[in-house]
Design a binder for this molecule. Structure first.
Ligand code: IDP
Ligand code: MG
Length: 157
């Protein structure tokens, strides 16, 4: 099964919507392999957003990610990386479609409530950035056979 990283950003925790966000992923049928609250250090923010460090908004982004703790989640499912990006919606929440998490919970391009890995390759790197191997759990899900068809189980599990 494919795994991806989700961060519930400090703005979502402050606004009291972390439960709503976690529920979106649970209801979809993504399985939580790991979840924890933590503070993003300078090193972690700089590494995580290295692709944006030359952008004028980087200092604001960095401050917003350190305004309070975040909740890191590692979820798994068939094609989890792409599926989670679709659930999250476009970066600028004002352009994100209604029904997506950003489309439903945010008005901002910066304070856009969640991060999600954008490729399978980056998901592996990002999961390793936020979780030690022993913080991720392999466990039996009682409902997998009701969530996926037989052919999907062959292909993705
Ligand atoms: P993503 O979160 O949808 O993958 P990225 O381009 O990787 O988008 O940007 C990372 C984060 O940087 C965004 O989630 C958002 O918080 C912030 N960001 C991206 N573009 C802008 C911008 O134009 N203005 C302000 N903040 C931005
Ligand atoms: Mg990104």
């Amino acid at each position: 099964m494919e795994r991806t990283l989700i961060l519930i950003k400090p703005n979502a925790i402050q606004r009291g919507i972390m439960g709503d966000i976690i529920t979106r992923f649970e209801r979809k049928g993504l399985k939580f392999a790991g979840i924890k609250m933590m503070f993003m250090t300078d090193t972690i923010v700089n590494e995580h957003y290295a692709h944006l460090k030359e952008r004028p908004f980087f200092p604001y982004l960095k401050a917003s990610m350190q305004a309070g703790p975040i909740i890191a989640c590692c979820v798994e499912g068939a094609e989890a990386v792409e599926t989670v990006r679709l659930l999250v919606g476009a970066t600028n929440s004002r352009k994100a479609l209604p029904g997506t998490i950003r489309g439903d919970f945010s008005m901002s391009g910066e304070q856009n409530v969640v991060h999600a890995s954008d490729s399978v390759e980056n998901a592996l790197i990002e999961i390793g950035r936020f979780f030690a191997p022993e913080e991720l759990y392999d466990y039996e899900s009682a409902v997998t056979r009701f969530e996926y068809g037989g052919e999907e189980s062959q292909k993705f599990m």
